[in-house]
Ligand binder design. Structure first.
Ligand code: ADP
Ligand code: MG
Length: 626
């Protein structure tokens, strides 16, 4: 086109597109849900703007917040249209090609190793999945602040943008036309698209229509030649003519003559609604099936992996602050969960006010350590026409947050309670066998492996819920037999007269098992917890006690193991030796030399003082692994 401006894709984007085009074995279906998800996001944006300015929606069809799918079998075009916010020329250049999202290169790497495209939406590059099925894509878009533009690309490293003066004016929104590749012709089948919408996009909160063809029986005048029984394809107006014939026919009915009309099949088109737009969170939890929750999770989290969420909680809060919420524990931690943990916004809940989507960048709803959860909150109490600042200051927010944390921790506790692997400490009879035992088996270990670090960070960050979080802790110990165990289980195994909970920190269980610090404790049959994660050092600076029991680091000075009466005697008889030794080591940064009750075979050990860093912490600080 003469008025077209050419642009090159950013290198990272270009690489991504190459991978997509050449990924022969990927599930190609995903492009549709990515397009629908983008349309839905664009509709959310314009609806949000309309809260403060009604004018933005315009009038007539323009104000209908919906998504439309059309198929053109002859031209082999699949098109998807929304009446969302649209894109200005600048948006088109920026969003579709020249600026790579932060996750792009991470995703390219992942793709090269795993070839799994299912997570593309999570990396913010879902749009490019159109090139799984199309070799040429046109994006026509009209934003309220700009003219109508066309973006087009054959994925050959470049795209072009031109002012669109020949297509039908969109009013507002975006139409995406996919010129399907030869091997992707199945996406011209209505049945295929209906199936895909049902499978992946059922819980999108805007109506999705398809321009569906429908066969109807109509009466037409009988031909002289009875043998002609061809099907005809007509548009809707001719089917109405058919109805006129119908009226004529009924007048003739009492005469026994041969009918003057005959039935033929005609094809008409009409918009057919494909999804149920009643928001799932407004339904009663009893009526929502597991499968529906799973589908809803996929959309919400843009996580279309094979696995079900590990748990969910759907509830209504009543009282001063009313809201509905659905929380999910994902089956896997996102790739960047702990990346710049304290410096970036980690919002994962979508905030709605009276069914209207407000924001998914609002990080005041959950504390950082729970940012691995996905979900949404729909509040009736918060004001609708809100700015971020106003929301932040709103008094009900604190209440919402408090309730969400409580529900989230309950949900996590239940994963453990329902996991048959977790009940090993309990009385066999107490544990009821149920059908879904198999499904729940090992779920808590899975949770712990993905998100255990978040629970530990929670203990550090959230003093109010420290005890609840400590209950969720898992670790290995000298008595856990290679399995994970909990503080409650530790306490149930404590020896009579044992007051404290013993632990040791280090880089690996294997290293710790050989530690001389454990000798006496082991011999006396005391259980010692192994803490081997770098974050454990921080954790233990905050976790002082649990259920009235103190924590004791067995590698620190002043370790008391039960009652030891011989101690004083020993101390006195070795006084001369320890005094001499302390003097001898004075230049070696040694604070003191003492008689120890923790050793058995090893003659002496170097320990850290009660208030100093442990040896492990020194190592961590030196390598700065945190
Ligand atoms: P993401 O949706 O995660 O941001 P995508 O690759 O799917 O990533 O889309 C890139 C961007 O292109 C979107 O963030 C949005 O700004 C823009 N975009 C895509 N589709 C539409 C649309 N239908 N209407 C308006 N903007 C869109
Ligand atoms: Mg997207």
């Amino acid at each position: 086109r003469s008025n077209a401006e050419k642009f090159e894709f950013q290198a990272e984007v270009s690489r991504l597109m190459d991978i997509i085009i050449n990924s022969l074995y990927s599930n190609k279906d995903i492009f549709l849900r990515e397009l629908i998800s983008n349309a839905s996001d664009a509709l959310d944006k314009i609806r949000f703007l309309s809260l403060t300015d009604k004018e933005v929606l315009g009038e007539g069809d323009n104000s209908k917040l919906e998504i439309q799918i059309k198929l053109d079998k002859e031209k082999k075009i699949l098109s998807l249209r929304d009446r969302g916010i649209g894109m200005t020329k600048e948006d088109l250049i920026k969003n579709l090609g020249t600026i790579a999202k932060s996750g792009t290169s991470a995703f390219v790497e992942k793709m090269q190793s795993s070839g799994d495209l299912n997570l593309i939406g999570q990396f913010g590059v879902g749009f490019y999945s159109v090139y799984l099925v199309a070799d040429y894509v046109e994006v026509i878009s009209k934003h309220n602040d700009d003219k109508q533009y066309l973006w087009e690309s054959k994925a050959d490293g470049a795209f072009a943008i031109s002012e669109d003066t020949w297509n039908e004016p969109l009013g507002r929104g975006t139409e995406i036309r996919l010129h399907l590749r030869d091997e992707a012709q199945e996406y011209l089948e209505e049945s295929k698209l209906k199936e895909l919408v049902k499978k992946y996009s059922e819980f999108i909160n805007f109506p999705i229509y398809i321009w569906a063809s429908k066969e109807v029986d109509v009466e037409v005048p009988a031909d002289e030649d009875e043998s002609s029984d061809e099907e005809e394809t007509t548009d809707k107006s001719s089917s109405e003519e058919g109805e006129d014939e119908d009226a004529e026919k009924s007048e003739d009915e009492d005469t026994e003559k041969k009918p003057k009309t005959k039935k033929v099949k005609e094809t008409t088109n009409e918009w057919e609604l494909l999804n149920d737009v009643k928001a799932i969170w407004l339904r009663s939890p009893k009526e929502v099936t597991d499968e529906e929750y799973t589908k809803f999770y996929h959309i919400l989290a843009k996580d279309f992996g094979e696995e079900k969420p590990l748990a969910w909680s759907h509830f209504t809060a009543e009282g001063d602050v009313e809201f509905k919420a659905v929380l999910f524990v994902p089956p896997k931690a996102p790739h960047d969960l702990y990346e710049s943990y304290y410096n970036s916004s980690k919002a994962n809940l979508k905030l709605y006010v009276r069914r209207v989507f407000i924001s998914d960048e609002f990080d005041e709803l959950l504390p950082k350590y729970l940012s691995f959860l996905k979900g949404l909150v729909d509040s009736d109490t918060l004001p609708l026409n809100v700015s971020r600042e106003m929301l932040q200051a709103h008094s009900s927010l604190k209440t919402i947050k408090k309730k969400l944390i409580r529900k989230a921790l309950d949900m996590i506790r239940k994963i453990a309670e329902e996991d048959p692997d977790e009940s090993s400490g309990k009385d066999e009879k107490e544990v009821e066998k149920s059908d879904d035992d198999d499904e729940k088996k090992g779920q808590y270990t899975k949770f712990w492996n993905e998100f255990g670090k978040s629970i530990k960070l929670g203990i550090v960050e959230d003093a109010t819920n420290r005890n609840r979080l400590a209950k969720l802790l898992r670790f290995e110990s000298t008595k856990s037999d290679g399995k994970l165990t909990s503080l409650d289980q530790y306490i149930s195994r404590m020896k009579p007269g044992q007051k404290d909970i013993f632990y040791i920190t280090g880089t690996s269980k294997e290293q710790l098992e050989k530690s001389p610090f454990l000798e006496r404790l082991k011999k006396k049959n005391y259980e010692v917890i192994f803490f081997t994660d770098p974050v454990d050092e921080y954790l233990m600076q905050y976790l002082m006690d649990y259920e009235g029991k103190q924590f004791q680091n067995v590698s620190k000075e002043g370790l008391k193991i039960g009652k030891d009466s011989k101690n004083k005697e020993l101390k006195d008889s070795f006084k001369e030796l320890t005094k001499w030794w302390k003097g001898a080591l004075a230049s070696e940064n040694v604070d003191d030399v003492k008689i120890s009750n923790r050793l058995d075979n090893t003659p002496c050990v170097v320990v850290t003082s009660k208030f100093g860093w442990s040896a492990n912490m020194e190592r961590i600080m030196q390598s700065q692994t945190l």
